[in-house]
Write a protein that binds this ligand. Sequence first.
Ligand SMILES: [Zn+2]
Length: 164
Amino acid sequence: MGEGFEVLAGPGTNIFNTRSIKTLSREGVTAVLVSTEMTLKQSAALGGDLPRGIFAYGRLPLMLTRACPLNNGKKCADCGGSGALRDRMGIEFPVICEAGCSVVYNSRPVYLGDKKEEIKNMDFLLLYFTTESREEAGLVIKDFSAGVPPRGEFTRGAAYRGVE
Ligand SMILES: [Zn+2]
């Protein structure tokens, strides 16, 4: 791009096929995160020559909104910046508000730390921290590196399910 920085197509760009990777490569993007809706098998089969990574740990964003869900749909004044929504089953979905937008996150983080040998054709793994404290994040990194099974509630995301 010539401006002296590298551009990574991150969460939200939803890279789903080789054509997207090739197009982004031509546009000067230097690395991509593959779609969080793909199975490991699908993402391993992607072509193109850009370094690519997979969302391997973290709460996936479910919804982005301008109206703050913590403040009755009004703006974020006085919402405190973070909280949670609770569904009918009592499951909590963390909400983080920043710069006038609110993001609602999945109740459970994706965790693939014990599945690393099944992740093929990737150049990096993204560990995406949102609500974790510094200590919790440290523990996740340690567990992930050691390849141990997840400690708490977790999801595999689309790794084994995916969009058909
Ligand atoms: Zn808010």
